[in-house]
Design a protein around this ligand. Structure first.
Ligand SMILES: Nc1ncnc2c1ncn2[C@@H]1O[C@H](COP(=O)(O)OP(=O)(O)O)[C@@H](O)[C@H]1O
Ligand SMILES: [Mg+2]
Length: 230
C-alpha cells in the first residue's frame, strides 16, 4: 500500500537519504530502526510530504503522491505522529483531538473509538495538553492521528523517554490496531523488544541507506543490535 522508491533527500547540500527503498503492505506493521542521525525522521517527513525528495517517488495505494502536500496526503489516509509528540500545550486535550480530525469536527464514532483505545483520556479531555505527563502526551498524539481514521499510521519513536508502564499501554494499543487489520503501521522504534514483538517486517538503516531488512522470522536480536551499537 506504500512504496518508497529510490528516494534521495537533502538538507541543503547534505544528502540525508540515498536511493532509499521501503515498502509497507496492507495491514502490515513495519518497523524502522537505526542509530540516531541515520535519517529515520527524515524518511517519515518525506513520506508525509514535509520534505521533498530530490529524486525518486512515494506511491500510496497505487497513486504517485510525491508532489502532494501534507494536507492532501492526510486526506488520502496517512496519519503522522511526529517524534517528540508536538501536541498543543496550551490547548485542551479535547481541542488537540479535534485538530486531528480531517473534518471540522470528529464524528462521535471516531471520538468514541480513540477514547476506547486510551482509557485514561476521557477523564483528561478538559485538561491542558501541557499539563499531561510525557506518556499521556504521547497517547494523545497517537489518538489525535487516529481520529481521522488513517489507513497508514506513521509513528516516530512513540516510546522515547516514556515510563515503562505507558510503553506497555502503547504497545497494547498498537497490537489492537494490528488485530483490527484495517490499517498499516510504519513505526520508527529504538526499543528492539517492542519492535520485534509487533513487526511483520523490519528495516535497519545506516546513514541514509537500508543496511538490513527482513520478515519478522529473520529478526535476530544480536544482529539488529549490532547495527545500533556505536
Ligand atoms: N532541519 C535540519 N537541517 C539540517 N540537517 C538536519 C535537519 N534535521 C536533521 N538533519 C540531519 O539529518 C540527519 C538525519 O536526521 P534524522 O532524520 O532526524 O535522523 P534520525 O531520526 O534517524 O535520528 C542528521 O545528520 C541530522 O543532523
Ligand atoms: Mg528521529
Amino acid at each position: 500500500m506504500l512504496a518508497v522508491n529510490a528516494i534521495d533527500v537533502f538538507y541543503g547540500e547534505s544528502r540525508i537519504l540515498s536511493r532509499l527503498n521501503l515498502a509497507v503492505a496492507e495491514g502490515q506493521v513495519v518497523c524502522v530502526m537505526g542509530r540516531n542521525g541515520v535519517g529515520k525522521t527524515t524518511l517519515l517527513k518525506t513520506i508525509m510530504g514535509l520534505l521533498p525528495p530530490r529524486r525518486g517517488a512515494i506511491v500510496f495505494e497505487g497513486r504517485d503522491i510525491t508532489r502532494l502536500t501534507p494536507y492532501e496526503r492526510a486526506r488520502l489516509g496517512i496519519g503522522y505522529v511526529p517524534q517528540g509528540r508536538e501536541i498543543f500545550p496550551t490547548l485542551s486535550v479535547r481541542e488537540n483531538l479535534v485538530l486531528g480530525a480531517r473534518r471540522k469536527q470528529p464524528t462521535p464514532e471516531s471520538l468514541d473509538y480513540v477514547l476506547s483505545l486510551f482509557p485514561a483520556l476521557p477523564q483528561m479531555l478538559g485538561k491542558r495538553g501541557g499539563d499531561l505527563s510525557g506518556g499521556q502526551q504521547q497517547q494523545l498524539a497517537i489518538a489525535r492521528a487516529l481520529i481521522s481514521d488513517p489507513k497508514l499510521l506513521l509513528l516516530d519513536e512513540p516510546t522515547e523517554g516514556i515510563q515503562p508502564s505507558i510503553v506497555q499501554e502503547i504497545a497494547a494499543v498498537l497490537q489492537r490496531i494490528k488485530q483490527e487489520g484495517r490499517r498499516s503501521i510504519l513505526l520508527v522504534e529504538q526499543y528492539l523488544e517492542f519492535a520485534r514483538s509487533i513487526c511483520d517486517r523490519f528495516y535497519v538503516m545506516e546513514k541514509g541507506v537500508v543496511a538490513l531488512e527482513g520478515d519478522r522470522a529473520a529478526f535476530r536480536m544480536d544482529e539488529v543490535s549490532a547495527y545500533l551499537s556505536v
